[in-house]
Design a protein around this ligand. Structure first.
Ligand code: F6R
Length: 243
């Protein structure tokens, strides 16, 4: 695992955006695995800025997002599709038909997951997977449990995740209790993985996930077994480890 130390959130975002931008320049038709949440917002802003300057071209890029809430439509303001559209897709020249997220409106979980697995397969592999990490060590919505789930599945969100995500909703009751998420095998099959982590409140999980035992109780710990993981983290997030 490679650690890149950033001074703060802005610096982390710029450094991680540089890696993604290099990927797009080196392989214009690359497949990017993308995440939502607070961690990647600065990266998306930076990528948009470089696109506006004419330094980046998304016209051949394909994106596969990690997850989507079950029951939320694309135009629901809390859906991950809406988040991605607002933060990135509508601001760059990516083709709409090359944007993929699980279909939150598909009630049949088996169908929703099979469909997404087929999409992922048809894209023939993720070149670069961007990840954030939850306070409980989740990646995507792979919550702590007894096993690593391989492929796309429907999850009951952990209470801590529902509480953490409440900030995007008016009331806790509005936070969906289930989501579709890609599995750990899909994440691990990416050629390259970039994890972004910021803030003191993530310092403990950084230590546990990347320096503790590999266990499904801390799903991100599996990343220790991948041969090309770069963790871009700010000083606060790295405050409990020595590099
Ligand atoms: C989002 C996702 C989640 C987040 C994680 C961290 O698509 O897959 O695993 O990356 O919950 O969220 P933030 O960045 O908001 O702390």
């Amino acid at each position: 695992m490679k650690f890149i130390k950033a001074t703060d959130y802005m610096d982390m975002s710029r450094k991680a955006a540089n890696i993604i931008s290099a990927q797009i320049i080196m392989k214009p038709n690359c497949v990017l695995g993308l995440a939502t949440g607070s961690s990647p917002i600065g990266i998306y802003n930076q990528l948009v800025e470089w696109y506006q300057k004419g330094d980046l071209d998304f016209s051949q890029v394909t994106t596969i997002n990690l997850d989507e809430y079950k029951g939320l439509s694309k135009d629901n303001e809390q859906s991950y599709y809406h988040f991605m559209d607002e933060k990135l897709f509508s601001r760059v020249n990516i083709k709409k038909e090359r944007i993929f997220l699980p279909n939150g409106m598909e009630k049949d979980s088996t169908k929703a997951c099979d469909d997404y697995n087929n999409i992922i397969e048809s894209c023939k592999g993720v070149d670069l997977q961007l990840l954030g990490i939850g306070h409980n060590g989740h990646i995507g919505f792979n919550e702590p449990g007894e096993e690593f789930k391989a492929k796309t599945h429907c999850v009951d969100l952990a209470e801590s995740t529902i509480i953490a995500n409440q900030r995007f909703f008016s009331t806790i009751e509005e936070v969906p209790k289930q989501a579709y998420t890609v599995g750990i095998k899909t994440i691990m099959q990416a050629e390259k993985i970039v994890v972004v982590v910021s803030g003191e409140e993530k310092a403990e999980i950084v230590k546990e996930a990347f320096f503790g035992p590999i266990t499904p109780k801390v799903q991100a710990s599996i990343l220790q077994l991948h041969n090309d993981v770069t963790i871009v983290a700010d000083e606060a997030a790295l405050s409990m480890i020595e590099l």
